[in-house]
Design a protein around this ligand. Structure first.
Ligand code: MN
Length: 292
């Protein structure tokens, strides 16, 4: 059965002790299985404090990040590549220490708007780094999820098919694909077939609306999305991701373009998202049973 989680930015823009305690407490209170912590700077997270809060709330955890432009492993600059590899190593170590089995996000390139396509050499550089990170992840029982994002956030992986081909090049059992409905809605020809064709490579999933606000209030066909998850036999984590100018992390807001106030009550949003995802999963499973 899929575990359901929520992105920490629904609660707080940073990860101070107060923000960490509040985010974890609220997530557990609503009944989510885990919280996804943004770890753009893995060394800024207080491991012991976070772990204690998670244990107290009996809550699971996953980590996500995007590489900074100066840590771009898909570049041809050895210094940038080395910084990116070090960030990824730190993220895997943080996951191990905080008790997360998943590190996901834009780990294959910088999390930025590019003004040029990737180079062949750059792609090879990213593949080599991720092969080594895959080994480190495997040793620690962690899976790397490469997030497929829209063209304004990366130039390396914009479609599910590109991500599967990229994973085949890396050829590590612990490097898989992370899909997100918000990005698929922009880039995929057909969301259902993209998800089904990703198949066993799919290892992490983000549920976000077309405008990243309340689920069901935008233009994404969630009936199709959840049926595809069930058709694909996906049993991994499903994270609700939403951003509003009401809760701001400057680093993320500037790249994601979070200018509009799509909600102000994170608690109400989170309660609604959980029941929405549960109802969608239930309907999808029943629809498959009805076909049998
Ligand atoms: Mn996402």
């Amino acid at each position: 059965m899929n575990k359901l989680g929520i992105h920490a930015l629904v609660w707080a823009g940073g990860w101070s002790h107060d923000e960490c305690a509040l985010a974890i407490e609220q997530t557990a209170k609503i009944g989510y299985d885990y919280i996804e912590i943004p770890a753009l700077d893995p060394n800024s997270i207080d491991v012991d404090f976070t772990r204690k809060q998670l244990e107290k709330a009996n809550l699971g955890v996953t980590l996500s990040l995007g590489l900074a432009p100066e840590a771009d492993i898909s570049s041809e600059d050895p210094d940038k590549i080395a910084r990116g590899e070090a960030t990824l190593q730190d993220a895997v170590a943080l996951a191990r220490d905080v008790g997360s089995a998943h590190v996901c996000g834009i780990l294959h390139s910088a999390f930025t708007k590019y003004y040029h396509p990737p180079t062949q050499k750059g792609i090879e550089n990213a593949v080599e780094v991720l092969r080594r990170i895959g080994e480190q992840a495997q040793k620690n029982g962690i899976t790397i999820g490469l997030e497929v994002v829209n063209r304004y956030e990366s130039n390396v992986l914009n479609t599910a098919a590109q991500a599967v081909a990229f994973c085949k090049q890396i050829d590590s059992p612990n490097v898989k694909v992370h899909l997100d409905t918000y990005h698929m809605n922009i880039e995929e020809n057909d969301v259902m077939s993209a998800m089904i064709e990703t198949g066993d490579y799919l290892n992490y999933f983000h549920v976000g609306e077309s405008h990243r606000g309340y689920l069901g209030t935008g233009s994404i066909n969630f009936d199709n999305v959840f049926r595809s998850l069930v058709y694909a036999g996906y049993t991994g984590p499903i994270t609700f991701e939403s951003f509003s100018s009401a809760v701001v992390n400057q680093e993320l807001a500037s790249i994601l373009g979070i200018w509009r106030n799509l909600w102000s009550d994170g608690y109400d949003l989170a309660v609604h998202a959980k029941s929405f995802m549960e109802a969608q999963l239930k309907s999808a499973r029943e629809s498959i049973l009805a076909r049998a």
